[in-house]
Unconditional design. Structure first.
Ligand code: NDP
Ligand code: PHD
Length: 384
């Protein structure tokens, strides 16, 4: 088991049971995913739900369109919403041209599913308005994640928590934080084998987590530095290109943890329905465009071997393994970029322990895809 490089193609949570097509290399998987993308289009059909995308011009909003197309998501109509700044601009989708509309309180009449990604304050203000109008809101922001009664869903992990929500009756479902989704895709299969007692996470987070403007800041600063010009910080407080820094979310000065770190703690407990699991995190922004990486140390209640861990990971939908010790080949953010799956490697026994209850992992996942738009669209698929 010292040298294992397998990648299991599981594009879709829903069709995984039928479409698991054996062992592949990561490169073959990437090629296969590309081929699949070329062959599918979203399915406009008169009996599909009416959908709205809130924040369609943003990094996540644009990815919603890609994912809906890739997954052949059925819809009878689609409304594209953004701020007044974008109203009147056009957007191509699935062979048609749409005019982007300004988001208002009246935007949700007749909408069955509203995918929100325009920031927490917009969600707080208009999420309940949309739900009252009968829409099911799948909200990418942190506005409602910890609200009692609002399910916080990773479809591969806890789909049962939204089983009571049906199209036709308004509701809000929260999409977890991207670092939480990526961590739990890797850790949940192991938790199911040996029960996680304590988890220590260190993240290496991409620009995309801070939106389209932050991605542009990374591009621009990289060009400027290479051209010998000063890097101009606009979105982030310090130089981003050729640098890294503690996550830019708000810091709890008393506790010394930032919000991103606390989301990993609180959201994991809610998703696993386990208030006692111990979690600590250090979240760092790195100059990578759109895939997060995470180093995770786990302590379990029960013994777990590397073989058991790899076996559980290989069976879990949405996970690919790159764990080739002989060639020192493990997941990279570029392996995960634009991919549906979360990539796991460096699976090893924690040698700082005398027992068999510790493991270390390294995980990479596309922040905009599984960390945001894909997970939200998979939630919407559970409603169909
Ligand atoms: N679940 C997760 O892991 C993630 C969640 N997110 C959430 O999604 C949000 C958007 O992220 P991202 O796409 O990266 O951000 P961007 O900055 O790239 O895009 C923001 C989007 O929100 C729209 N918007 C801003 N203000 C308004 C307004 N007053 N009314 C209507 N639309 C508005 C923008 O429209 P315009 O172009 O017209 O300004 C744009 O479409 C984040 O703030 C976060 O809450 C993001 C990443 C990951
Ligand atoms: N986690 C994102 C930020 C974000 O959008 O988080 P949330 O969805 O929890 O607001 C990052 O990489 O910075």
């Amino acid at each position: 088991m010292n040298s294992l490089c397998v990648s299991i193609e599981m594009r879709s949570f829903r069709c995984n049971n039928n479409s698991r097509d054996g062992l592949r290399t990561a490169a073959a998987q990437k090629k296969c995913s590309r081929q699949l993308k070329l062959n599918v289009s979203a399915a406009k059909t008169s009996n599909g739900p009416k959908i709205a995308i809130v924040g369609v011009t943003g990094a996540v909003g644009q990815e919603f369109l890609t994912v809906l197309k890739e997954r052949n998501f059925p819809y009878s109509d689609i409304k594209l919403l953004a701020s007044a700044r974008s109203a009147g601009k056009t957007q191509e989708f699935d062979g048609s041209t749409y005019i982007i509309e300004e988001l208002t309180e009246d935007s949700f009449k007749g909408i069955d599913i509203a995918l929100f990604s325009a920031g927490g304050s917009i969600s707080k203000k208009l999420g309940p308005v949309a739900a009252a109008a009968g829409s099911i809101v799948v909200d990418n922001s942190s506005a409602f994640r910890m609200t009692e009664g609002v399910p916080l869903i990773i479809p591969e992990v806890n789909p049962q928590d939204m089983a009571h929500i049906k199209i036709g009756k308004g509701a809000i479902i929260a999409n977890p934080n991207c670092s939480t989704i990526i961590a739990l895709m890797a850790v949940t299969p192991l938790h199911r084998v040996a029960t996680v007692k304590r988890m220590i996470v260190s993240t290496y987070q991409a620009a995309s987590g801070a939106g389209a403007a932050a991605m542009e800041e990374l591009r621009q600063q990289t060009r400027d530095v290479l051209d010998g010009k000063p890097a101009e910080p606009k979105i982030f407080p310090v130089q981003y290109a050729f640098n890294l820094f503690s996550h830019n979310s708000g810091m709890d000065v008393e506790l010394g943890y930032n919000e991103e770190e606390m989301k990993l703690v609180k959201e994991t407990r809610k998703i696993w329905s386990n208030s006692s699991v111990k979690i600590t995190a250090t979240c760092i922004r790195v100059p990578v465009m759109r895939a997060h990486a995470e180093s995770i140390n786990l302590e379990f209640e029960n013994d777990i071997s590397e073989e058991q861990a790899l076996e559980a990971l290989s069976k879990f939908p949405g996970v690919s393994i790159i764990n080739d010790r002989k060639n020192n080949r493990f997941p990279t953010p570029l392996d995960a970029t634009t991919q549906d799956n979360v990539f796991v490697g460096r699976v090893r026994r924690d040698i700082s322990r005398d027992d068999k209850k510790g493991l270390d992992l390294f995980v990479c996942g596309d922040q905009i895809k599984k960390g945001a738009a894909l997970n939200a669209v998979q939630i919407a698929e559970l409603l169909l």
